[in-house]
Design a binder for this molecule. Structure first.
Ligand code: PEP
Length: 248
């Protein structure tokens, strides 16, 4: 059966102090839950986070280059991440797509590079408010996923996690209702089943967008919601720990 995952995306927030305080607590929580806890701090903190996480808590990067090496100032390659012991990488976060103009083609190249290096790619997808209001939610979301699925083998899905994050719900305090989220997650599951019915059941699909301790339980109760990608609340120990506990 597919894994429940609670992932924290710190974005460009946090500090070494937060790494040192939070990681040991998450290691303790990981003993009490079947859910996989994943922490994605900014790149400079990855090594320290990994040292504290051991094999109990997964640590991932928030981005990677699609290039293997070379004159790409400011970029981090997938082999550097695996060398440091990272297991996951977020790809295609809406902030990367909107602020850094990442296209679907670039997202596909990054996912391929990550998967081929042995990382789990957490593919972030989601519609803007305008797109939702125009009735284009499924077209946008399934389109963002299709371009990736068309380039992976079904065997590589064991290294793929999908995170549905409606852009209008990220960092806004507005969460999709559990029914709105489930509708999209179910459509994603059906899309996967169009490629492979059996393996579609094994892919974890996370919800992201203002998830907090008070709304996580209802979201996690939905049949196709397999956990959460958490931004702001992942920086607050009690909030994030409560979300992790509710994922069981
Ligand atoms: C995110 O950054 O992926 C996210 C979902 O942020 P927040 O939980 O703050 O909305």
């Amino acid at each position: 059966m597919r894994k429940k995952i609670v992932a924290g995306n710190w974005k460009m927030n946090g500090s070494l102090e937060l790494v040192n305080n939070l990681l040991p607590r998450l290691v303790e929580v990981s003993e009490e839950t079947q859910a996989q806890i994943l922490v994605c701090p900014p790149a400079p903190y990855l090594t320290q986070a990994q040292a504290l996480a051991g094999d109990k808590v997964a640590v991932g990067a928030q981005n990677c280059s699609e290039q293997a090496s070379g004159a790409f100032t400011g970029e981090v390659s997938v082999s550097m991440l695996t060398e440091l012991g990272m297991s996951h990488v977020l790809i295609g976060h809406s902030e990367r797509r909107a602020i850094y103009s990442e296209t679907d083609a670039l997202v596909v190249a990054k996912v391929k590079a990550a998967v081929e290096a042995g990382l789990v790619a957490v593919l972030c997808v989601g519609e803007t408010l305008e797109q939702r209001e125009a009735g284009h939610t499924l077209g946008v979301v399934l389109g963002q996923i299709k371009v990736v699925l068309d380039e992976l083998t079904v065997e590589q899905w064991s290294q793929l996690v999908v995170a549905y994050e409606p852009v209008w719900a990220i960092g806004t305090g507005k969460t999709a209702t559990s029914a709105q989220a489930q509708d999209v997650h179910q459509a994603i599951r059906q899309q996967l089943a169009g490629y492979d019915v059996q393996q579609a059941e094994a892919v974890s699909i996370l919800y992201g967008g203002s998830v907090k301790a008070s709304n996580a339980g209802e979201l996690f109760a939905q049949p196709d919601i397999d956990g959460a990608l958490v931004g702001g609340a992942s920086l607050v120990a009690e909030e994030f720990i409560s979300i992790c506990r509710q994922a069981d």
